[in-house]
Design a protein around this ligand. Structure first.
Ligand SMILES: CC(C)(COP(=O)(O)OP(=O)(O)OC[C@H]1O[C@@H](n2cnc3c(N)ncnc32)[C@H](O)[C@@H]1OP(=O)(O)O)[C@@H](O)C(=O)NCCC(=O)NCCS
Length: 170
């Protein structure tokens, strides 16, 4: 497995993982978009992250993008500039093989190297897999926002988890 910075050539595969995580399975509430996104949206996302100096990392296996991880500033105002919110997605065929673990190690190290202070994860509260993944890295639950999302005709709770990067870099 090769963990590396994403390039624009990876965007079609990143798009496919994003859209599959969003909509392929009725119970998937990992992403709170309600529509499939287009390549142009991922290109814009890529350009904004690149311009902000925020990483987009991919895990490559046999020449394919098995998963990706990224972060952006948690909230827009400059006072939040050293607090970031992460995201990590692994293609269905590559799950449970340690891909997310490798991506998280690299992402957390990169954030610490770039002087980030706190990493936040906002996770749909019934997504036990993602909550366990984050706990493995020392993220702790700091709050739950009830019914702040709506998808598949039901309200979704958001569990907020937080990692102090100065103490927990793997
Ligand atoms: C969550 C996700 C990124 C995990 O990716 P992965 O590559 O399968 O994870 P790993 O193989 O590195 O496993 C890491 C840890 O996650 C947890 N985990 C992963 N899959 C799990 C499963 N099916 N059931 C329970 N725990 C699971 C375990 O704690 C595991 O650690 P362990 O192997 O030491 O027990 C992946 O399932 C995914 O992309 N899901 C859909 C999108 C999503 O929910 N993203 C997170 C949004 S906040």
């Amino acid at each position: 497995m090769l963990i590396r910075d994403a390039t624009t050539a990876d965007l079609p595969q990143i798009l496919a993982i994003h859209n599959a995580s969003n909509a392929s399975i009725a119970e998937t509430t990992a992403i709170w978009d309600t529509e499939q996104v287009e390549l142009s949206e991922r290109q814009q996302w890529f350009d904004i992250r690149r311009a902000s100096g925020h990483p987009i990392l991919t895990a490559e296996i046999d020449g394919r993008v098995a998963g990706y991880a990224s972060y952006g500033q948690w909230r827009p105002k400059t006072g939040y500039r050293r607090t970031v919110e992460n995201s990590v997605y692994v293609a269905a065929g590559f799950q449970r093989r340690g891909v997310a673990t490798e991506l998280m190690v690299a992402l957390i190290r990169r954030a610490a190297d770039l002087g980030m202070h706190v990493m936040v994860a906002g996770i749909e509260s019934s997504n036990g897999t993602s909550i366990r993944l984050h706990e493995k890295f020392g993220f702790r639950t700091v709050g739950v926002l009830p019914e702040v999302g709506y998808k598949f005709e039901r309200w979704l709770d958001l569990t907020l988890m937080q990692l102090d990067l100065s103490e927990n870099t793997p």
